[in-house]
Design a protein around this ligand. Structure first.
Ligand code: WT7
Length: 663
């Protein structure tokens, strides 16, 4: 584990940030959030969450129990209540007379659009739920989704929720290999996919990866339900494969949601950890929905009848689960979903979307903000962004420059910016300013939300004083917390609850400034954050050593101006391998392609360096800190614990031609 305070210079720069953005009086006057929320939650934290659960969620059977922590770290919330997530996200809005309200404005990358009201959504989701049941899916069965960001993806998730079948969404950028291991781990009965989607102006394919994954053997999968999106030809397995447009269109548009207990699994979402095997993070229904709805309402100041909300995340990530599907829909919001990339057909696409739909709340990632910054102010300046009133950021620390640019250029120097810290495991936002309440500090996520108890602690688990750094922990259970790792309760306890006694360890380093505000400093474990996406160093190392040319590999996250971190790999080739006869550029290309097949294109190293040795301690542990110095072109730090002092010289000598093949 690295010392979170190891790079004091960058930190001091951050903490000397003295710009302040107090909430504007006009904003305060209409804000959902108010200062009293903190006092309310502090007076009775569990009671506060119960109040939120009663107010924001429709229960089939009201709960009488709140938190049960007697079997810690396994929590239950509202356990004797029953509800249905899809009923909360769709049907109840129609019952309340909001059937004509737009739920989704879909903008396809090629420019095709669809407008879907809550009444439309109810019919679509009912048809899909009936189709799923006709394919044999029942309450408790797992369904894997591997889809582009199209309305059918949202409908498929909700249809699963409607029958109480936990979904496991696998990001479309993951490989067949990665999809296969996730299907096996969850023992999915059905896979929902599409022929493909549109990205950067071209159709990309998805169905072939599903075919390949299932060809590796997946005994639990009975059917593959395929949405036709691009119309490209696909291979077809008779009896197994079913077209969505046939099965769903044929089904009745009436369906009764299945009420489930609050602790019924809603979904599994795989995320990278510090080992090679991704973890199936498990979320359940009642507590998760409560915290998604509460945070979405207060952190974004959502006004469901007037706002147009847009979160740019893909449904393959937790942000897409909590802030595209469940949070906004449970709150009855109107939102935009956009299939493609920000630069197609040109670099103004996002701002065209904002102007076209009069988007008022925008939630995106620092990497995207920095990319837009690089493209130039004139692009957003040429569009009408006056509808925007709240801006959010998530996924990685946002540097003060990007924060102030976001507010000034996108937010017209007028909108609050909320930097929201949370994780796949936390399920919903945990640390964030509240617009209309908090005086904002660019670069800091600032304070735990009302109802959330977070601390920064030292090595012994003791809270650090203001002005000091340490490890971020959550000190009390929260409603949207993960309930475990699918099929591996021990790993849940080991990963999150063993580093500090009775504290949830998030894996992030953090510092409290003189006011007690929290600044996130990045991961302190072997997890990288590339463009807000979590990648495991170990997972990429295993992918590299699975290539016949590679004897050993070490991966580090090197800081990168745009993506936050970038993957840099150091490999030793086998003495007898064909790789030795190739140029460094050829080796790099071959191994990058191999990582793409093993994990997915997002995991491709920016740079792969062939080295004769790796720096190791006497006990054989790779000293990644030294490799990071090399990758970031710094003077190599203290190497006195190296077993072989000449190794760094050898590496430096071998790096005279650092060909980089980033794309
Ligand atoms: C890790 C969680 C939460 C949705 C997207 C990522 C980093 C997330 C922030 C933020 C600094 C952040 C942390 C965290 N992170 N938000 N506002 N400031 N760091 O979800 O893949 O589960 O990754 O992302 O390192 O542990 P994830």
């Amino acid at each position: 584990m690295t010392d979170p305070a190891a790079e004091p210079s960058a930190l001091e720069n951050l903490l000397s940030e003295d710009r302040r953005f107090p909430p504007a009086p006009e904003f305060v006057a209409q804000a959902n959030a108010h200062r009293d929320l903190y006092a309310w939650a502090a007076a009775d934290r569990v009671g506060f969450w119960a109040d939120q659960a009663r107010e924001l969620i429709t229960w089939q059977t009201p709960f009488t129990q709140t938190l049960d922590w007697s079997n810690a770290p396994f929590a239950t919330w509202f356990a004797d209540g029953t509800l249905n997530a899809c009923d909360n996200a769709v049907d109840r809005h129609v019952r309340a007379g909001h059937g004509d309200r737009v739920a989704l404005y879909f903008e396809g990358e090629p420019g095709d659009t669809r407008t879907i009201t809550y009444a439309d959504l109810q019919r679509e989701v009912s048809r899909a739920a009936n189709a799923l049941q006709a394919l044999g899916v029942t309450t408790g069965d797992r369904v894997a989704l591997y889809m582009p960001l199209i309305p059918e993806a949202v409908v498929a998730m909700l249809a699963c929720a409607r029958i109480g079948a936990p979904h496991s969404v696998v990001f479309g950028g993951f490989s067949a290999e990665a999809l296969h291991s996730r299907i096996l781990d969850a023992e999915a009965k059905l896979v929902v996919t599409a022929d493909g989607g549109y990205r950067r102006g071209n159709p990309t394919s998805l169905k072939p990866a599903v075919d390949e994954a299932l060809a590796k053997g997946a005994p639990t999968v009975e059917h593959v339900l395929v949405v036709r999106r691009t119309g490209q030809p696909v291979d077809w397995t008779e009896g197994r494969d079913v077209w969505w447009h046939e099965a769903v269109a044929a089904a009745s548009d009436e369906h009764t949601p299945v009420p489930v207990p609050a602790e019924h699994p809603l979904f599994i979402l795989y995320t990278s950890g510090t080992t090679g095997k991704p973890k199936g993070v498990l979320h359940t229904t009642g507590g998760y929905l409560t915290q998604c709805a509460y945070t979405h309402l207060n952190v974004f100041d959502l006004k469901p009848d007037t706002d147009v909300y847009w979160c740019t995340a893909d449904i393959g990530w937790v942000t897409g689960h909590s802030y595209v599907v469940y949070g906004p829909l449970v709150n009855g919001a109107t939102q935009v979903i956009y299939e493609g990339t920000p630069d197609t057909p040109d670099r103004g696409r996002w701002w065209d979307v904002v102007a076209k739909y009069r988007v008022s709340i925008l939630y995106t990632a620092p990497t995207a903000i920095r990319t837009c910054m690089k493209w130039g102010d004139d692009i957003p300046a040429a569009r009408d962004l006056s509808s925007l009133r709240v801006l959010g950021s998530v996924g990685e620390p946002i540097n003060p420059e990007a924060w102030t640019w976001y507010r000034r250029v996108i937010g017209g120097d007028r909108t609050p910016v909320v930097d929201t810290w949370w994780q796949t495991e936390t399920g919903a936002i945990m640390i964030s300013p509240l617009p209309g309440v908090t005086e904002a500090k660019p670069g800091s996520a600032q304070v735990p939300l009302p109802g959330v108890a977070a601390e920064v602690v030292d090595d012994d688990g003791t809270p650090v004083p203001n002005g000091s750094g340490g490890y971020l922990v959550i000190t009390e259970p929260w409603p949207a917390m993960l309930r475990g790792i699918w099929g591996d309760p021990d790993r849940y306890v080991d990963t999150y609850w063993s580093r500090f006694k009775h504290l949830y360890f998030a894996g992030d380093g953090a510092k409290k400034d003189e006011d007690g505000d929290i600044w996130l400093l990045g991961r302190v474990d072997d997890v990288m954050n590339v463009s807000g996406h979590r990648l495991s160093t170990t997972e990429i190392e295993s992918a590299l050593v699975s290539h016949p040319w590679v004897a050993e590999a070490a991966v580090v996250g090197a800081s990168d101006e745009t993506t936050g971190q970038a993957v840099v790999a150091f490999v030793i080739l086998r003495g007898d391998s064909e790789g030795l006869t190739r140029t460094p550029a050829e080796v790099e290309a071959e191994l990058r392609a191999h990582v793409a097949t093993q994990i997915g294109p997002i995991a491709k190293p920016r740079q792969i360096l062939v080295v004769p040795e790796l720096p190791k301690t006497r006990s054989g542990k790779i000293m990644r800190r030294l490799l990071r110095d090399v990758a970031e072109h710094r003077a190599v730090g203290d190497a006195t614990t190296l077993a072989d002092q000449s190794v760094m010289d050898l590496i430096a000598a071998g790096l005279s031609s650092p060909a980089s093949a980033a794309d």
